[in-house]
Design a protein around this ligand. Structure first.
Ligand code: OFO
Length: 169
């Protein structure tokens, strides 16, 4: 069984992961409007990853005999100034998600829920990886500046990213 407090905290995090999916889908639409196929692809992989993160917690709650309670998802931003502006937002958002996973782990610690802690370890490692990947793209965009040709080369590069369903937990 899972405590009520943990159940509530997991449900809130499921909502955050679904919001991430929604936010990245909005960014995907933005890149699609700009006809940047590689950036669009990169974001579509991100969308699928966030969905998998939400479902990982959804499945875990069921496994522990908890109740999944879905909440309203906020409206995401729909406009950005540039690809650089988008990736600054992605990094900021991922840093926020990392802080939420840490807070969830604090609750698990207080509840003495070792199973939840070990499950959440995967998410913590995933956040380290995500922040690193996003920082990499952001650094390239900062180097690129206003160089349209270099931006198209990066777009080509981002076309190669593929979604691999994660094994969570
Ligand atoms: Fe769910 O990892 Fe990003 O937000």
């Amino acid at each position: 069984m899972i405590t009520e407090k943990m159940e509530q905290a997991f449900n809130e995090q499921i909502n955050k992961e679904l919001f991430s999916e929604y936010l990245y889908l909005s960014m995907q639409a933005y890149f699609e409007r700009l006809n940047l196929a590689g950036f669009t692809n990169w974001m579509s992989v991100q969308v699928q990853e966030e969905h998998a993160h939400a479902m990982g917690m959804y499945n875990y709650l069921h496994e522990r005999g908890g109740k999944v309670e879905l909440m309203a998802i906020d409206k995401p931003q729909t406009e950005w100034e540039s690809p650089l502006d988008v990736f600054k937002h992605v990094l900021e958002h991922e840093q926020y998600v990392t802080s939420r996973i840490n807070a969830l782990m604090d609750i698990a610690e207080n509840e003495k829920d070792r199973a939840a802690l070990s499950f959440l370890d995967w998410y913590l490692k995933e956040q380290v990886e995500e922040e690193n990947t996003v920082s990499g793209v952001l650094a390239k965009l900062e180097l690129i500046g206003d160089d349209k040709h270099a931006l198209l080369l990066l777009d080509k590069d981002l076309e190669t990213r593929t979604f691999v369903a994660p094994v969570i937990g």
